[in-house]
Design a protein. Structure first.
Length: 380
């Protein structure tokens, strides 16, 4: 009996020592992830400021990949230490979100080959890890036994999918915000990147009617057709080019006088490099949000099934459920506008930027502003 008691005590001591070792490892890994992401953010910013330094993008991408692996190791250690999937409190949730963001970032960057993706995503990821590792009080970082409602396989199936959807939607929204920034105050004409978009490059513009008399001079000189957009651009103070480059100038003058808002093409004021970047960002934002939206849909459905199993109701209009629905509707509107209406460029980017705010309200704001069924292990 004495030997058995001593054995149990020894096992308990060794188990506690093992747990303390894992906790120490977790603390080291979260600090390492923050340091790596901070350095990576600086690499992206310096690379954007000095694009001629060829090796910086490679180093920055490697930094994101290292941070991704470090956070994966942190979550694995947490899983072993706690004995359940590490996504039950704010500390675990933040690092899982940061891991998802780095994964979505690597996918987006592999699609775009643009360092600007990292310029906008790494500050957000670094801020999340800094908040989790440096700001949260120690008692909020300690793993605790799960409450009864969370002791279910649905914890992994529902919450992990929701968090991955948040990560993809946030990265897509950040890329859309980057698009808004680089095209701010400029008219941009994009190639068709949305389903249903015919790549219509025309725009309504009101010309300067004082210069329409010059159309007669061009007619009298024997020019009856416009072969290049530059011809009409010179007539209309070098601001516009004609949409239909083969029509009679006299007829054009009469039609314009009758309806000053003629349909013409606006030349793009962006440089070819920046225009190419804008088109890339628009397309990548669309693709990443298109990846995140099905995950969000699956997560909401899985959550409804779990809610019925745990609480006897598929939907109870809990604040988290309500904002998850709002998030779904915002990004559904984004995809609907792109797929069926052919929207691209600024208007869908504004919708995505609004979605960025809505996702943060759904993920974190709801738990700060009010209690609900989803407040386990959080601030309230």
């Amino acid at each position: 009996m004495l030997v058995s008691a001593n054995t149990r005590i020894l096992q308990k001591i060794l188990g506690e020592q093992h747990r303390m070792d894992l906790v120490t490892l977790e603390n080291q890994l979260d600090n390492i992830s923050f340091a790596v992401l901070f350095g990576t953010m600086l690499l992206y910013w310096v690379g954007a400021a000095f694009p001629n330094i060829a090796y910086l993008p490679t180093l920055a991408t490697a930094g994101v990949a290292i941070a991704n692996l470090v956070m994966a190791a942190l979550l694995t250690a947490r899983w072993i230490e706690a004995g359940y999937f590490p996504i039950s409190n704010l500390y675990e949730s933040l690092f899982f979100l940061a891991w998802g963001l780095t994964t979505a970032h690597l996918i987006a960057e592999s699609m775009s080959k643009s360092r600007l993706v990292g310029v906008v995503t790494t500050p957000v990821i670094m801020g999340i890890t800094a908040f989790a590792a440096l700001t949260l009080p120690p008692d909020m970082r300690v793993s605790e036994p799960l409450v009864p409602a969370l002791k279910s396989n649905w914890l992994m199936m529902h919450v992990s999918v929701m968090m991955l959807s948040y990560a993809a939607l946030l990265v897509g929204a950040l890329v859309a915000i980057a698009y808004i920034v680089i095209t701010w105050g400029r008219e941009v004409t994009l190639q068709g990147s949305s389903w249903g978009s015919g790549g219509d490059r025309r725009k309504i513009f009101t010309p300067n009617l004082d210069n329409l008399d010059n159309l007669d001079n061009l007619n009298n000189s024997g020019t009856s057709d416009l072969d290049t957009p530059e011809t009409l651009a010179n007539v209309l103070m070098s601001e516009t080019a004609i949409a239909n480059s083969s029509f009679n100038l006299t007829s054009a003058k009469a039609a314009t006088l009758a309806n000053p808002q003629i349909l013409i093409t606006t030349p793009n004021p962006l440089s070819p490099q920046r225009l190419s970047l804008a088109e890339t960002l628009d397309n990548i934002s669309y693709r990443i949000i298109g990846l995140g939206f099905p995950l969000l849909t699956i997560g909401i459905i899985a959550g409804a099934v779990w809610a019925n199993e745990a609480w006897g109701s598929y939907w109870s209009w809990d604040p988290k459920e309500t904002w998850a629905l709002i998030t779904w509707l915002v990004f559904a509107a984004y995809l609907h506008a792109r797929i069926t209406r052919g929207w691209q460029g600024k208007k869908p980017a504004i919708l995505a930027a609004a979605g960025f705010v809505v996702v943060w309200i759904c993920y974190l704001g709801v738990n700060l502003l009010g209690k609900g069924l989803h407040s386990y292990g959080w601030f309230l």
